[in-house]
Design a protein around this ligand. Structure first.
Ligand code: KG4
Ligand code: ZN
Length: 334
């Protein structure tokens, strides 16, 4: 059978990325240009600045990716593009580049939902086996999704307020760690002790999550300690916060796996890089005899390889867009 190469483009937030993936599972080349250093000074991603940097970098990133792969656009079967959700100005840059390539080279344009991309990052590691439960934990999402075949998504639950990564970033700011906070809290938590008491959020029987109350509890605790003249111990606060997050997520995932009798769990999104979460899920999966798949770190955070992998399966389902395709800052996964 003929090999199918898909060129993927991702620009939904602060990474400009292009990748070529063979048959939806084999990464040929990936270039990711991160703007993290630029946004760190502002304590978070500044949308206007992000879009401008995507404009500056997009052609260079695509050219570099093709060069790395030693391939041409002509060798591609289709162009996969993140159409949303994300920052609209950032999304539009990638989308316009993808549309231009699609038009000039007569290649089908495959629209990919960013979260489908995160889920399909796992396909680059091992084939997805159904039925499975996907836990998507990123800066913008905390979702539990059930899949019983390729490109079929049933949302079981999600966050009612902040996404888990967003909560990490906000708590990191309170502890004075800067942006992006997730990796920094993760590092600190490793050396701290979970000595601070924080409430377990949304401790109910649903598949939903809530993190804004936990964020407020950390802020209140930090202020209270300051008021009574105590110096906060950042590593202990990080460890206490991380433990509550991990316990909360693991509890809901365990319930969904049991209720739906699923024995495959895949984890996706930037927060899947979290050491504490990986260890907590690993332990739970061993207890429940569930097969766990978590992509390597470079496929957990935003990248175009996951978009090209998802695009392959979307393409197989006949999901092809025309040039009227627009970016969407929010859209449900379907
Ligand atoms: O998936 P992603 O790269 O972008 C979005 O689609 O949101 O996720 C970025 C988020 C940020 O909030 C970042 O702080 C968080 O993932 N993150 C982590 C870790 N690495 C990245 N959170 C906790 N622990 C980590 N090790
Ligand atoms: Zn993402």
């Amino acid at each position: 059978m003929k090999d199918i190469y898909i060129l993927g483009i991702e620009s939904s937030c602060d990474e400009t990325s292009c990748s070529i993936v063979k048959n939806g599972c084999e990464e040929i080349a990936t270039v990711v240009l991160s703007q993290i250093d630029i946004h760190t000074d502002f304590g978070g991603v500044v949308p206007e600045i992000a879009s401008r940097h995507h404009v500056k970098n997009i052609t260079m990133v695509i050219e570099q990716c093709l060069r790395q792969a030693n391939m041409k656009i002509e060798d591609m079967e289709a162009i996969g593009i993140t159409y949303g959700p994300g920052l609209i100005g950032s999304l539009l840059v990638g989308l316009e580049a993808a549309k231009t390539l699609s038009y000039l080279y007569h290649k089908p344009l495959i629209p990919v939902h960013h979260i489908a991309g995160h889920i399909y990052a796992n396909q680059l590691v091992e084939p997805l086996k159904f039925p499975l439960l996907a836990l998507v934990v990123s800066g913008g999402h905390t979702d539990l999704i059930r899949m019983d075949k390729h490109y079929s998504f049933e949302k079981l639950g999600g966050t009612l307020d902040d996404a888990v990564g967003e909560c990490y970033d906000k708590v990191a700011r309170v502890i004075g760690l800067g942006y992006p906070g997730g990796p920094k809290i993760d590092q600190l938590a490793k050396v701290g002790k979970p000595n601070y008491h924080l409430p377990m959020p949304l401790n109910d029987d649903s598949y939903n999550f809530s993190f804004s109350g936990l964020k407020s509890a950390v802020i209140n605790l930090a202020h209270h300690e300051e008021q009574i003249g105590h110096k906060i111990i950042p590593e202990d606060l990080a460890a206490s916060f991380q433990q509550v997050v991990v316990d909360s997520v693991v509890k809901k995932v365990r319930k969904a796996l049991k209720d739906y009798q699923m024995d495959q769990l895949i984890v996706a999104g930037g927060v899947a890089a979290n050491r504490g979460l990986r260890d907590g899920l690993q332990k739970m999966c061993e207890e429940e005899h569930v097969h766990l798949s978590i992509p390597p770190i470079q496929f957990c955070t935003d990248n175009a390889a996951m978009i090209a992998a998802a695009a392959y399966f979307a393409y197989r389902e006949g999901r092809i867009a025309d040039l009227a395709l627009n970016s969407k800052s929010s859209d449900s996964l379907h």
